[in-house]
Structures are given as C-alpha cells and as structure tokens.
Design a protein around this ligand. Structure first.
Ligand code: URA
Length: 255
C-alpha cells in the first residue's frame, strides 16, 4: 500500500473514520499532512470538512466498498453492488463477476482465492480441476453445493494470468467479503489457502494454520489446503482428509 500501512491497519483506520461519520472520500489525490509546513496555532474557526481526508486511493476505494457493502440488504443487492463497483483494476481485465455458487444459508461457507480462466468464463467459482477436486472432497463428508455448501472467493474477478491477488485488492474487496458472509449466514467458514487465510484471518502460513480452529466475523473458521495445491502436492491429501473429518465432526456436534 502506498502509505506504508498494512491492510489491517488501513481497514481499522477506515472503520474508525466511518464510525466518526465520514460519508464520502474527498480529494482526488492523497495528502500527506505530516509533510505540510507548520502554519502555527490553528484558527479556532470551525472547519466545514467532515474529518481528516483518507490517505490513499486504496483507502478511498475501500471506503466506497464499505459503504456499498453495508447498504446491501440481500445477496442479490450485494451482487449488484459488486457489479457496480468500478474501483478495482481487476474488473477491467475480467470477463465477468464471479459472485458465488451453492446454497445460501448453508451451514458451511467455503472461501477460495480468486477465479481462474474457467470460472471467469462460466461466472461460477471452482468449476475447473481444483473445483472438481473440491466437490469430491466435500462429497466425502456429505457436503454438496446443491444442498448444504455455499462457495465464494476473496476476489470476484480473475487476476491477469492468474497472478496472486495484491494486498490492496484484498483490502479493497474485504468489506464485500465480510458482508457476503453476514448475508449468507453460514455456521462455519472454511478458508482455502494462504490468500483466503490472509483475507479472513489476517495471517499466512497455511501449513501451520491448517486444521486449527480460528475465529473471524463472529464465526468459527477452519483453514485448509487449497485444492489447487493438493493437485500439485497429492501427498498432502492426507492432511486435507484429516481437516475434512474435523469439519464433519464439528458439524455433527453443532447444535
Ligand atoms: N481457485 C479459487 O480459489 N477459486 C476459484 O473459484 C477457482 C480456483
């Protein structure tokens, strides 16, 4: 991020500004107020501006995203708000928004990384080889998109050449993801791979995190290896199986 802030600090600053009543981003360019010359004691005259201007374009975009996400009252409102959101560069290179698949209000919500080529073409998450593996993994514990699983991604647009999402893209789209979870009302989140762990938990290191319960958005969160990783490293399927059994046991004991 240009300002040198990490995403979580930036998000916290943003939420703080919204709490203070900031309703719009002012100024096209960021202003570094620490670099301005000292003009002596401040005038007592009240200023008309609502609060400190946001410091970077990413923060401006995240503020717009936050407002759009907050005002969505249903999943279809949220999809429309995301379709209308023009501040993420990825939108320009993608064919379409990939919003979600599966059954809203299912007990389990899976959060992947970002659409690939097939998802970009079909407009649905996890439709390629990784998605087929994901479906087989879920079926092994009696989970199915048509019945009891809802699936989305951290980012709704395909990154060019399937490159890793940038931190500012993850931060900017974070308010939509958070609102998506609130509106889909799962009982548990499964975050697949490092990007998803970073976006939801603010942590990376999937090898260490997988299979360990965490908490985010007021929900239990289980990190797992991404199915695309399991296709490249099939020997890790043993751990993935253990994590699926952990999820199954959690679902069985959940009241
Ligand atoms: N990988 C993901 O993380 N999401 C998709 O939708 C497809 C592949």
């Amino acid at each position: 991020m240009e300002s040198g802030l990490d995403i979580h600090t930036a998000r916290a600053l943003l939420e703080w500004q919204i709490e203070l009543g900031v309703t719009e981003a002012i100024g096209d360019a960021p202003v570094d107020r620490y670099a301005l010359p000292d003009t002596g004691p401040k005038s007592k005259k009240p200023t008309a501006k609502p609060a400190t201007p946001v410091k970077s374009e990413s923060l401006d975009a995240a503020l717009v995203a936050q407002q759009a996400a907050t005002s969505a009252g249903t999943l279809s409102d949220l999809r429309a708000a995301m379709e209308a959101f023009d501040l993420c560069e990825l939108k320009r290179g993608a064919r379409q928004l990939v919003f979600a698949d599966g059954t809203p209000c299912s007990p389990v919500m899976i959060i992947g990384e970002a659409p690939g080529r097939g998802e970009d073409r079909e407009g649905k998450p996890f439709v390629g080889r990784a998605g087929q593996l994901l479906d087989r993994m879920l079926a092994a514990i009696d989970l199915n998109r048509t019945k009891n699983v809802y699936i989305t991604n951290v980012l709704p647009w395909r990154p060019p050449q399937n490159r890793d999402p940038k931190p500012e893209e993850i931060g900017m789209m974070g308010p939509f993801l958070e609102r998506h979870v609130a509106l889909a009302k799962p009982k548990v989140l499964v975050v697949m791979g490092n990007i998803s762990c970073q976006a939801v938990l603010g942590k990376r290191g999937i090898t260490r995190l997988r299979g360990q319960w965490n908490q985010a958005f007021d929900l239990p969160v289980l990190p797992m290896f991404h199915p695309a990783y399991l296709l490249r490293q099939p020997q890790m399927k043993k751990q993935a199986w253990a994590d699926l059994l952990e999820l199954k046991s959690w679902l069985r004991t959940d009241k």
